[in-house]
Ligand binder design. Structure first.
Ligand code: HEC
Ligand code: HEC
Ligand code: HEC
Length: 129
């Protein structure tokens, strides 16, 4: 009985591992039904982490940043991709590059009907028309 349970468990795990590239792709590289997004006006070519990772995980990254800043006072984030250092700040870092918030963050969020409640407290960039 025990062995049968182990075998079934093993098969389930095996199936999950073998299909994980599929799950990974389904989550990160899904044929993006999002509108065209404008690149950073400052000419930056790279995000903090790779694009697919950012697309799928930027909310978690922002939560992690906030927790580290608020709870530990730590402000330096070192990119796991290219080793560059960033100040863990929504306004001063994300929106420094993505200063075209309306054509980037908002365009995607509006399209997907997401409305992150951050801007009551955090400064939005003032955009040139
Ligand atoms: C009720 C006000 C309020 C709201 C709403 C809010 N924050 Fe904050 N947040 C703060 C305060 C206060 C700090 C601490 C500021 C500091 O220590 O620099 C902070 C710090 C942060 C930090 C790290 C410091 C920095 O300069 O960014 C991040 C990242 C952050 N918040 C992300 C978010 C995100 C993402 C949202 C929306 C989902 C959000 N916050 C919504 C008040 C708020
Ligand atoms: C140094 C400039 C820079 C900073 C800082 C930066 N980004 Fe980016 N970001 C970019 C660039 C450039 C791209 C497009 C990358 C590509 O096409 O490979 C991008 C891509 C993205 C994407 C994916 C867009 C898509 O087409 O799927 C998201 C989401 C994103 N950034 C959010 C953020 C958030 C949130 C922060 C702060 C935690 C941040 N970025 C900080 C430059 C930056
Ligand atoms: C490629 C599309 C896309 C872009 C570009 C994008 N987002 Fe998002 N964002 C999403 C999606 C989709 C969600 C909702 C994810 C979920 O509900 O799990 C989200 C959620 C969030 C959340 C969490 C909201 C919540 O209520 O928990 C924050 C914070 C956020 N985005 C900030 C940003 C910022 C800041 C930028 C610009 C620098 C940005 N996003 C650019 C697609 C995008």
């Amino acid at each position: 009985m025990h062995d049968a349970a182990k075998i079934v468990g093993g098969l389930v795990l095996f199936a999950a591992v073998m299909t994980s590239p599929f799950w990974y792709n389904a989550l990160t590289a899904a044929p993006a039904a999002v509108p065209a997004l404008d690149p950073p006006p400052n000419g930056s070519k790279e995000c903090v982490e790779p694009r697919a990772y950012m697309r799928a995980n930027h909310m978690d990254l922002l939560n992690e940043w906030r927790d580290l800043v608020v709870r530990t006072g730590q402000r330096d984030y070192v990119s796991t991709t290219n080793g560059r250092a960033f100040d863990m700040s929504l306004s001063r870092t994300c929106l420094d590059c993505h200063s075209n918030k309306a054509e980037f963050c908002d365009r995607c969020h509006t399209f997907l009907a997401v409305n992150p409640p951050c801007w009551d407290c955090h400064v939005e960039p003032k955009e040139a028309p």
